[in-house]
Design a protein around this ligand. Structure first.
Ligand code: GAP
Length: 485
């Protein structure tokens, strides 16, 4: 675990050093659990969004996308249950005044037990916690913490308050102070923007059940324990899809989307053994079945995506609170030859965190290689990103800054930059430039050398194998496009 933790730290440092991810407003010492994406991080993020969007909307004829506002009518969150239920059990240490999420506090203690070889104790602690969480037994949770002598990392004491619920939504005021200001929330999930637009999209798109609505957007949660880089943030992005179905078919569609989403994950080139499903014991207030797709991060197996069978909970509640009918008329015939008629659709949701996907892809790609020979010590850090997700696809590098090589390289840049993200660089030795491109995951580097002037060929270097081949200038575009597809 210690090695894996230091690997996690290395990934965080790498992200900062190479322009992927910076702490937000860093010149003011940052803001806890809020991050900015830099020049290469934002390209990677956009590529992941595009890949998800295409696989959801373009590849499924019955799924369309929307882009709803972050601010929503406050009643939305009453109807969705977030005002009353979107909270986590918390406990404060009376000496340090530090507040902890109860499950995180207990899980951390279980990790420590595991690290010291006390696996059985760790397992029974976690099983005990799951059972108490499932029953919302807060007195039992406090007792569990005390019996296991779990202490606060700051004060070192076990002087705990009672366990209490703490709502995770951020609120703000809509309207000026002089007017009647309304309290509204920053959305804690994008899903509600889809539910409130269900009828708009169904009617204007003439959508027939089963159909889906997809969305990518920001969500905000006042996370209490937020110390895991972009794994748990206060401002983050979700890629969600609500699939509207006939009541009674939820089991088969739930299984369908579990399989379909796992297929998407595997299409990122990540091996199967790095993933697992985790079925929820304690279901969220809206679900009748739910599971997570977990990936083995350097900090252990953790949730990347949730697949939830949300019943008709959301649409039914929006119908009740808005007094607008959230119904669908299904004119298909049932087994008895009668139309299914009017009903509130059931929903299967797939909800993946964009930032967690980025962390997953980076964790998988980050590789330290020892290239030392008997003559020379050497190593490299390379991001073995899937080429389709890499921020830069092609680097164009003149071997030297003279003899007409930069001019040829510039011309190659002009010929390719419209087709895919290309990058021109002439500073430093070619070896250093290759390493910089490896570090940001550029799959192909083209080098213009003196032979180029004679026969219009260049070398193309493959990031992972570091193999080089000579190709004609005019075939660069088709070679890269073929390798990207
Ligand atoms: N609409 C359902 C929903 O929001 P969730 O399991 O709470 O379900 C879905 O969130 C996904 O959003 C998670 O699997 C995770 O990838 C991501 N996510 C949730 N909270 C997050 C946070 N604080 N920081 C980063 N990603 C988060």
């Amino acid at each position: 675990m210690a090695n894996e933790t230091s690997r996690f730290q290395s990934i965080i440092s790498h992200c900062k050093e190479y322009g992927f991810i910076f702490p937000s407003s860093e010149i003011y010492d940052g803001l806890s659990a809020v991050y900015d994406y830099g020049q290469w991080g934002s390209e990677l993020k956009k590529n992941i969004k595009d890949y998800w969007w295409k696989s959801m909307t373009q590849m499924h004829e019955n799924i369309v996308g929307i882009d709803a506002a972050i601010f929503m009518h406050p009643t939305t969150w009453k109807a969705s249950g977030h005002v009353d239920n979107f909270s986590d059990p918390m406990i404060d240490n009376k000496d340090s005044k530090k507040r902890y999420r109860v499950d995180h506090l207990i899980e951390k203690h279980a990790d420590e037990l595991t690290e010291t070889g006390r696996r059985d104790e760790a397992k029974s602690l976690l099983d005990g916690m799951d059972a108490l969480l499932a029953k919302d037994d807060f007195t039992g949770l406090k007792r569990l913490i005390e019996e296991n002598k779990i202490i606060c990392e700051i004060s070192g004491t076990s002087n705990w308050t009672d366990v209490r619920q703490f709502n995770l939504m951020f609120s703000t005021q809509l309207g000026s102070v002089s007017e009647e200001a309304n309290e509204i929330y920053l959305r804690p999930e994008t899903a509600q923007g889809i539910f409130v637009n269900f009828l708009n999209v169904q009617k204007t798109g003439r959508m027939k059940i089963p159909f889906g609505i997809a969305q990518i957007g920001k969500a905000f949660r006042n996370e209490i324990v937020a110390r895991q880089f972009i794994f748990r943030m206060r401002e983050f992005e979700q890629m969600e899809m609500q699939f509207f179905i006939r009541p009674g078919t939820q089991k088969e569609w739930y299984e369908f989307w579990k399989e379909e989403r796992m297929r998407w994950h595997l299409s990122l080139g990540i091996p199967k053994e790095r993933y697992r499903f985790h079925d929820h014991v304690k279901l969220a207030h809206y679900a009748d079945a739910a599971c997570d797709i977990e990936y083995e991060f350097p900090i252990g197996f953790k949730e990347v995506e949730g697949i939830h069978s949300r019943t008709d909970f959301d649409l039914r509640n929006h119908q009740e609170y808005s007094k607008k009918k959230m119904q669908y008329f299904d004119n298909e015939l049932d087994a008895g030859g009668k139309p299914y008629g009017n009903y509130i659709p059931y929903v299967i949701e797939t909800s993946i965190g964009l930032d967690r996907t980025i962390l997953m892809v980076l964790s998988e790609a980050y590789t330290e290689e020892d290239l030392s020979t008997t003559e020379k010590k050497d190593d490299r850090v390379v991001l073995k990103l899937p080429p389709k997700l890499a921020p830069v696809k092609l680097a164009i590098l003149p071997l030297v800054k003279r003899d007409g090589l930069p001019e040829i390289a510039r011309q190659i840049m002009e010929e390719n930059k419209n087709a895919f993200r290309s990058f021109y660089e002439e500073k430093d030795t070619i070896g250093k430039r290759y390493r910089r491109m490896d570090a940001i995951g550029t799959p192909f580097c083209v080098t213009v050398d003196h032979q180029t002037k004679e026969d219009s060929t260049v070398t193309i270097r493959h990031r992972d194998s570091m193999q080089q081949e000579r190709v004609h200038i005019h075939s660069i575009k088709s070679i890269v496009e073929k390798l990207l597809s």
